[in-house]
Design a protein around this ligand. Structure first.
Ligand SMILES: Nc1nc2c(c(=O)[nH]1)N[C@H]1C(S)=C(S)[C@@H](COP(=O)(O)OP(=O)(O)OC[C@H]3O[C@@H](n4cnc5c(N)ncnc54)[C@H](O)[C@@H]3O)O[C@H]1N2
Ligand code: MOO
Length: 398
């Protein structure tokens, strides 16, 4: 590798794929299972329809009837309040959509096709094309697999799980992410005007939100000075109740870049660092026992870019999903034609407009305002002199 990096982005993702195993299974009430990932398949505990049921509001009649004939109306069947007798020739039962079709019913004649006078029903001259009866189990059969393990419980899947008549599902445990930012210049947002040479920590809340968007539960957040001891003390406390600890800043080679050094006494085993990507080269990943540690560069665009490209896939894998579901690059036409010569593979901020991507001007790892406009990352191979407008590039939702 020519740019002082030790690993490509794709190789880094392969390391995450090997390292990130789902965290464990827990029983989850359906009421809190939304956006969780199934660790076990959901099987139907009931048929649907559970009984043969009317698909229209109308009258149920037996096979003995002829079009144009007449029937005596014996009663009514409502959802939850069925008519329990057996229909015979010359008999009809008023029935509403979803109600159990009486035994012996062979079709439902919609209300608008019949006339009822003093309990006598005049049948239409021509039968409707459909029976308007939904037969027991025609949608779902008891015991059948409704949702496979690995399914994300979005609104559609949650509906299907509820239809299976389950109160709880087995889901993968959500990773807990804590964020430890270091920097003598950093203060909580809202405090920077109080002291010269301070700047707001613009990253901690953003990284926690991104983590939530990728399935994690937010853990704790801390902001500490640029010393080994401060990082070590905070990390030691924070590691007791998180699965992923994200360090922000101190990732590079400066006199006060102590993110890795601070964690070494805890047994940090670095699995990769110095990734051939721009921005974000100093991003690193390691383990301390079962815990996953990610070190993001301090430059804000570099940090959020690497959080999207490294942290998000890690979280997906820890929650039992395919890690690549966080890296679904989409081929899109490029609107503008920037000068792009980088010895590292680049991940540039862009915006999607009218189905094509515009790469934003003045790309900088330290930029913050650019992130107000960016909604995609554009992947550009290393050493590519330029991308022609109209050429197809790979873009990722940011
Ligand atoms: N000699 C070298 N210098 C640098 C290299 C290198 O390879 N050799 N890499 C550069 C690259 S690339 C990046 S990216 C940065 C990454 O630096 P660090 O991760 O060590 O980050 P810091 O030095 O702590 O901070 C950099 C910059 O970001 C600001 N920052 C940090 N944390 C936050 C935060 N939570 N919110 C807002 N802004 C933050 C910080 O004030 C600095 O301005 O290193 C290059 N240098
Ligand atoms: O790689 Mo750094 O993230 O360019 O500033």
């Amino acid at each position: 590798m020519t740019c002082g990096a030790s690993i490509t982005f794709d190789e880094a993702v392969a390391v995450l794929q090997r390292e990130a195993q789902p965290l464990g299974v827990e029983t989850t009430q359906l009421s809190t299972a939304g956006r969780r990932v199934l660790a076990e398949a959901v099987h139907a505990r009931i048929d649907a329809p559970r009984y043969s049921a009317a698909a229209m509001d109308g009258f149920a009649v037996s096979a003995a009837e002829s079009a144009g004939g007449a029937c005596r109306v014996l009663g009514a069947s409502y959802p939850g309040e069925p008519w329990l007798g057996r229909l015979k020739a010359g008999e009809a039962v008023r029935i509403m959509t979803g109600a159990a079709a009486p035994a012996g019913a062979c079709r439902i004649i919609p209300l608008e096709l019949v006339e009822e006078n003093s309990g006598i029903l005049s049948l239409p001259q021509v039968w409707p094309a459909k029976s308007h009866i939904r037969h027991k189990g025609c949608d779902i059969k008891i015991g059948q697999i409704m949702l496979a393990a690995g399914t994300l419980l979005d609104p559609r899947a949650l509906l299907v799980a509820a239809a299976a008549d389950v109160a709880t599902v087995q889901t993968w445990r959500r990773p807990i992410v804590s964020v430890l930012a270091s920097g003598d210049e950093l203060v909580s947002p809202g405090k920077a005007t109080e002291l010269d040479y301070t700047i707001p920590d613009s990253l901690s809340e953003a990284i926690l939100l991104l983590s939530r968007q990728y399935g994690a539960k937010p853990g704790s957040a801390a902001l500490v000075a640029d010393t080994r001891n401060a990082i070590l003390a905070a990390a030691e406390t924070m590691m007791s109740d998180c699965d992923v600890l994200v360090l922000i800043g101190g990732a590079s080679r400066g006199d006060r870049d102590f993110a890795k050094a601070g964690l070494r006494p805890l047994g940090l085993d670095v699995r990769f660092s110095d990734v051939a990507m721009k921005p974000g080269k100093p991003v690193w990943y390691g383990r301390i026992g079962a815990k996953h540690i990610i070190g993001l560069p301090g430059n804000p665009t570099a940090a959020l870019t690497t959080a999207r490209l490294i942290l998000a896939p890690l979280l997906r894998a820890l929650e039992g999903r395919d890690l690549r579901s966080a890296l679904n690059w989409q081929a899109m036409p490029l609107k503008n034609c920037p000068e792009l010569i980088a010895t590292r593979e680049s991940f540039l901020c862009g915006t999607i407009e009218d189905g094509s991507v515009e790469i934003l001007k003045s790309q900088s790892a330290s930029s913050q305002l650019m992130l107000a406009r960016a909604n995609v990352l554009v992947r550009v191979p290393a050493n590519q002199p330029t991308c022609a407008a109209g050429s197809v590039i790979n873009a990722l939702k940011f």
